[in-house]
Design a binder for this molecule. Structure first.
Ligand SMILES: Nc1ncnc2c1ncn2[C@@H]1O[C@H](COP(=O)(O)OP(=O)(O)OP(=O)(O)O)[C@@H](O)[C@H]1O
Length: 300
């Protein structure tokens, strides 16, 4: 059963569409990513799912409930990440956990939750004195305290150093392993590629693509990238006529081509014909980053 269903969602601000016909469904136990450039409509979409904004039209359901009409019941099944400004700076970690546990009829015991999130040493620390990573872990704890079936995490790792970001990824995987469905809004391709089962790429208020990370990469035109430094220079004219070529770059004598396996085979034959050696030859799959640029540019 779909835990979240969004069908033809529309929302405009002062007549300007921010979300313009978005549809997707999130299945139980998934980590579902919402990815898109600034201003694409991601936050508006997830805030409609949380019942914080009222859609102009379309249908949103969370475990079959309408987030606006059934707000109270949706709040019991959906854990939302708090915005930083909502927490009193003088509140200690323990006070915040106890306070938020009191909002729910069947909260989880906050002690093991704090331990799982590495907050047990910080229980008497005031919110304002926590590091960025510790604040994020507290937000995750508060989102989980009501024992939700689904959590919405919006830009959770923005501003964290790479170590703290990786720790947070492990926590998100841990949340899913405990049976909670995750809706994750992110700007970070690496994060989306590593964590998400499926991703909706949102651009200009619409779903530009919806697929697994590998599926999105396969759809991108330049799915294979080859780079090398030729032992003698190659003419641009010869490179530009390679089959299925998507892009070519010649930087300080190092050539990078993206295309398909056909492009790679053709460039290798070209090198052999000219008796040119390819130094530091690398063939890699395109990343989600490449696919994202491709997909969002394609819909421009
Ligand atoms: N309360 C509001 N009033 C007026 N316009 C708004 C409001 N909230 C969002 N918008 C506009 O709607 C569009 C979509 O914004 P939204 O915050 O949903 O995008 P986003 O994809 O989350 O962007 P970002 O990645 O920058 O957070 C933007 O053009 C934004 O300026």
């Amino acid at each position: 059963m779909s835990v979240i269903e969004v069908t033809d969602l529309r929302k405009a601000y002062a007549g300007r569409p921010a979300v313009d016909g978005v549809s997707f469904a999130v299945e139980e136990g998934e980590i579902f990513g919402v990815l898109g450039p600034n201003g694409a409509g991601k936050t508006t979409t997830v805030e409609c799912v949380e019942g914080l904004r009222v859609p102009d039209s379309g249908r949103v359901r969370v475990t079959g409930l309408d987030p606006v009409a059934d707000h109270e019941r949706v709040a019991q099944v959906l854990g939302a990440q708090l915005q930083e400004s909502r927490l009193q700076p003088k509140l200690t970690v323990r006070e915040a956990l106890e306070l938020y546990a009191a909002f729910y009829p069947r909260p989880v015991d906050w002690r093991p939750l704090a331990e799982r999130l590495g907050l047990q040493e910080k229980l008497t620390t005031r919110f304002a004195k926590l590091s960025g990573g510790q604040k994020q872990r507290l937000f995750i704890a508060l989102a989980l305290i009501g024992d939700p079936r689904v959590v919405v995490l919006d830009e959770l790792t923005t501003g964290l150093d790479p170590r703290a970001r990786r720790d947070t990824w492990e926590l998100i995987e841990d949340i899913r392993a405990n049976g909670v469905t995750v809706l994750l809004v992110t700007h970070f391709m690496e994060e989306a590629q590593r964590l998400c089962d499926r991703i909706a790429v949102i651009d200009k208020g619409r779903v530009a693509a919806l697929d697994t990370p590998a599926g999105l990469i396969r759809r991108s035109a330049g799915a294979t990238v080859i780079s090398f430094t030729p032992s003698t220079p190659l003419e641009d004219r010869e490179l530009n006529t390679l089959p299925a070529l998507v892009a070519v770059e010649n930087k300080d004598g190092r050539i990078t081509l993206s295309g398909t396996d056909d492009t790679v085979n053709a460039v290798l034959s070209l090198l052999a014909r000219h008796h040119i050696t390819a130094h530091q030859l690398r063939v890699t799959d395109a990343t989600l980053d490449d696919a994202f640029l491709d997909l969002t540019e394609a819909s421009a």
